[in-house]
Design a protein around this ligand. Structure first.
Ligand SMILES: *Cc1c(COP(=O)(O)O)cnc(C)c1O
Length: 383
């Protein structure tokens, strides 16, 4: 079990996010070590966590940013990232967001449709600029063998289908304020096997051969993010297997000498350094079940309610007492406000602190104010 400064928690209002910045630093160091190739560039997908303290750490480690909204671009600039270090993705970029990105010199627009290309071209022309663009390709990687791949399939709002790609590339080349620099891919999230990434490499190799034969060269290849983490045993795997992840690309992707390889990792960078800390309000005995009602709800951490995800739950107040089964539920008036069913936990008492582990990604940033609840605050440890 991870150690928490529980003495310091006593005076804090729960629920709150607790971030282990020392672990974040170790994770960033290992990421930088594993991605050491000069042509490899990691853009942190800030939709996973945009807490300013976290962003500053990531900026300090030299990563770039993958932003999916104009507000994220602003937050990244405020955290010290340069416009040129930011790539701007998203299926629905508005005119004002595109203008903001152009004015701040973002490194690349990841473009998802022909109308978007035309709008970026028009707005860039109005500003007397040329927009650097990568086309997001939907690689249609077979989901039957990998059910967790959800964004890389043919029938999906993201990206350009392989059949339509030639026309879109031609279109991009015809626009005078568009510089077509690359191809972009992103096959899904929480991928814990290497195989889907190898399949992606093979798909890209085929495309590069095909386009080189037509004398089209792409300066950048962006393979997106998606590397998963160990939600079951965060203490055994506090840092994801970055080495194995980058090795898959090193061994399987036939990157040309003139090409740069971009990555957009989100979850794997920040998930394990964050926990949601909550207090037990009531232990309620049902006829067949025992409920632990806690003061955090899906407004603070929505992944269980939204994706049926599970975060490891720990009783950090009395970790050694006799274990019982509990349904751990929140205070919100929805049945989906449940963090775990039949959790075997050291006996819970009113006032005990629970840690919901691996909550650093898609946790705090997805918090809402449903039921007029305040947003959770955040605390940091450097030790
Ligand atoms: C969400 C997203 C990412 C990051 O995904 P993770 O699974 O958090 O690594 C990267 N690229 C794009 C385009 C995304 O939408």
């Amino acid at each position: 079990m991870a150690r928490f400064p529980i003495g310091e928690f006593k005076d804090l209002t729960t629920p709150f996010y607790f971030y282990d910045l020392a672990l974040l630093d170790r994770t960033l160091a290992e990421l930088n070590r594993a991605s050491r190739d000069d042509r490899y560039h990691v853009h942190y997908a800030m939709k996973a966590n945009a807490n300013p303290a976290i962003l500053r750490r990531i900026q300090g480690a030299g990563l770039g940013i993958d932003a999916v909204s104009g507000w994220e671009i602003k937050a990244a600039l405020e955290a010290g990232f340069k416009g040129s270090q930011i790539v701007f993705a998203g299926v629905g970029k508005t005119d004002s967001e595109i203008i903001l990105a152009l004015e701040n010199g973002v490194g690349c627009f990841n473009v998802e449709s022909v109308p978007e290309l035309e709008v970026i071209n028009d707005l860039a022309e109005g500003l007397g600029l040329v927009a650097k663009v990568a086309i997001r390709v939907n690689p249609n990687i077979d989901a039957h063998t990998h059910a967790y791949i959800t964004t890389g399939l043919a029938e999906n709002k993201f990206g350009i289908n392989l059949e339509q790609l030639p026309d879109v590339i031609e279109k991009a080349q015809s626009l005078s304020n568009i510089a077509l620099e690359g191809l972009h891919f992103h096959i899904g999230s929480q991928i814990t096997e290497t195989e889907p990434f190898i399949m992606l490499c093979e798909r890209i190799n085929g495309l590069l051969d095909e386009w080189e034969a037509k004398e089209v060269k792409f300066k950048t290849i962006n393979v997106g993010g998606g590397l998963g983490i160990d939600y079951n045993d965060p203490d055994r795997h506090p840092i994801p297997d970055f080495e194995g992840y980058f090795r898959a690309f090193r061994n399987h992707l036939k990157l040309r000498d003139y090409q740069q390889l971009h990555f957009e990792l989100g979850r794997s960078v920040v998930a394990q350094c964050g926990s949601l800390i909550t207090r037990v309000i009531y232990v309620k005995e049902g006829t067949t079940k025992r409920f632990a009602v806690v003061d955090a709800g899906f407004t603070d951490l929505i992944r269980p309610a939204l994706y049926n995800a599970h975060h490891r739950i720990e009783n950090i107040s009395s970790p050694n007492s006799e274990r019982h089964h509990y349904d751990v539920v929140g205070p919100i008036c929805e049945s989906s406000d449940c963090f775990g069913k039949d959790e075997l936990l050291p006996a819970l008492r009113r006032g005990d602190f629970l840690a919901l582990r691996s909550a650093g990604a898609y946790g705090e940033i997805m918090a809402s104010q449903y039921n007029c609840r305040p947003l959770p605050s955040s605390y940091f440890s450097e030790k």
